[in-house]
Design a binder for this molecule. Structure first.
Ligand code: 3PG
Ligand code: MG
Length: 405
């Protein structure tokens, strides 16, 4: 993907134009209330900029994974209400994203006004990348803006097919996400460290392999480290691991070595008889895990070593926790290293970029999200980017005809 070819609406006269913005309004909602508005907060400046420039802003998005047509449980209406609150301006709502309800709401918009259309996934054509559904959406707008980095790994009608039907541009949030990721993987300040944690090697084989070719230090944590130890014949007790992937772990180590990337594994662990809040736990060194206990977090020596490595690096990419941070006290290792990374960032010594659902939850729990250089709002799309894959929602914007709207 030649990211330098992405076009934004800067310099495009959007006044009076119907601007169809593909955003990601897929936020957690409980009992009709948005419980985490981070994604919405991040998209607001870009939407307000379009509105201030006189565009008629029409926001389209999926929400959840409804199956087989409209389902009130997956209505975007409460999300539209939250967006209105955050934008501090009225947001109209259409009960369908195509057809008469959508056309009526769009026709009533004046310059600078904003509307949200109902969940795109109430129509099967969305996930099928159906050209006819894309056409029905395109008929509502004059210009398309792709602003959903977190949905860019999906080739759906609203992210892919539609870019062939309207002049298409990259939105402000999408550009922000891409620039943050490029600062880590495209000509970053070196040395670069990646902290990769989480439960399974199997879900991150491509991430680890791709990063081994790009970063200088690959710091492993979480249960996936156990699979690396298993591969080396180290006792891991009753710990979670993937015996079927010990070969994968060895291949990743070999690939890293060939690229002069140092793979760094824990030195000590917090172990307990079972995964339960407050379970009696203690610290053991790597070679001394008792056979009847399980590894649930990295130990203090590991945190100190990892912190020392970060202190000698200039750039950090973080995806995945180092332990079972959701269950106390097994979040201590993740939180301590997150605080170190935050402190180095605040001191201007380290550029820190993090992403992925669990990672963001862990950084929030450690209260350091604000101190990182950039925390992505994306989960699956962030991982696919780390795998070095082409994201259809971005590639389509690059390939879209350069036409001024
Ligand atoms: C996300 O929350 O990861 C994005 O909104 C994409 O949602 P999806 O995984 O249901 O496509
Ligand atoms: Mg997802």
């Amino acid at each position: 993907m030649d990211l330098d070819r992405l076009k934004t609406t800067a310099g495009v006269d959007v006044r009076g134009k119907r601007v169809l913005v593909r955003a990601d309004l897929n936020v957690p909602v409980k009992d009709g209330k948005v419980t985490d508005a981070t994604r919405l907060e991040r998209m607001v400046p870009g939407l307000l900029d379009l509105a201030r420039r006189g565009a008629r802003v029409i926001v389209i998005s999926h929400f959840g994974r409804p199956k087989g047509g409209p389902d009130q449980q997956f209505s975007l209406q409460p999300v539209a209400a939250k967006l209105a609150e955050l934008m501090d301006k009225p947001v109209a709502f259409a009960s369908d994203c195509i057809g008469e309800p959508a056309a009526r709401v769009v026709a009533a918009l004046r310059d600078g006004e904003v509307a949200v259309l109902e969940n795109l996934r109430f129509h099967a054509g969305e996930e099928r990348n159906d050209p006819a559904f894309a056409r029905a959406l395109a008929d509502l707008g004059d210009i398309f803006v792709g602003d959903a980095f977190s949905t860019a790994h999906r080739a759906h009608a609203s992210t892919e097919a539609i870019t062939r039907l309207l002049p298409a541009y990259a939105g402000a949030l999408l550009m922000e996400e891409i620039e943050a990721l490029r600062s880590v993987l495209d000509k970053p300040a070196r040395p670069v460290a990646a902290v990769i944690g989480g439960a399974k090697v199997s879900t991150k084989i491509d991430v680890l392999t791709n990063l081994a070719a790009q970063v200088d230090k690959l710091i492993i944590g979480g249960a996936m480290a156990n699979t690396f130890f298993l591969a080396e014949g180290v006792e891991i007790g009753k710990s979670l691991a993937e015996p079927d992937h010990t070969k994968t772990a060895l291949e990743i180590m070999r690939a890293a070595k060939a690229r002069h990337c140092e793979v760094i594994l824990p030195h000590d662990f917090v172990v307990a008889p079972k995964l339960a809040a407050g379970a009696p736990s203690h610290v053991v060194v790597t070679l001394e895990t008792p056979s009847d206990l399980m590894i649930l977090d990295v130990g203090p020596k590991t945190v100190a070593h990892y912190a020392d490595v970060l202190g000698r690096c200039k750039t950090l990419l973080w995806n995945g926790p180092l332990g079972v941070f959701e269950v106390a006290p097994f979040g201590a290792g993740t939180f301590a290293l997150a605080r170190e990374a935050a402190a180095l960032t605040k001191a201007g010594k380290l550029t820190t970029v993090a992403g992925g659902g669990d990672t963001v939850a862990a950084l929030n729990a450690a209260r350091v999200t604000e101190d990182f250089t950039y925390v992505s709002t994306a989960g699956g799309a962030f991982l696919e980017w780390l795998e070095g894959r082409t994201l259809p929602g971005i590639a389509s914007l690059i390939d879209a005809p350069a036409r001024d709207g």
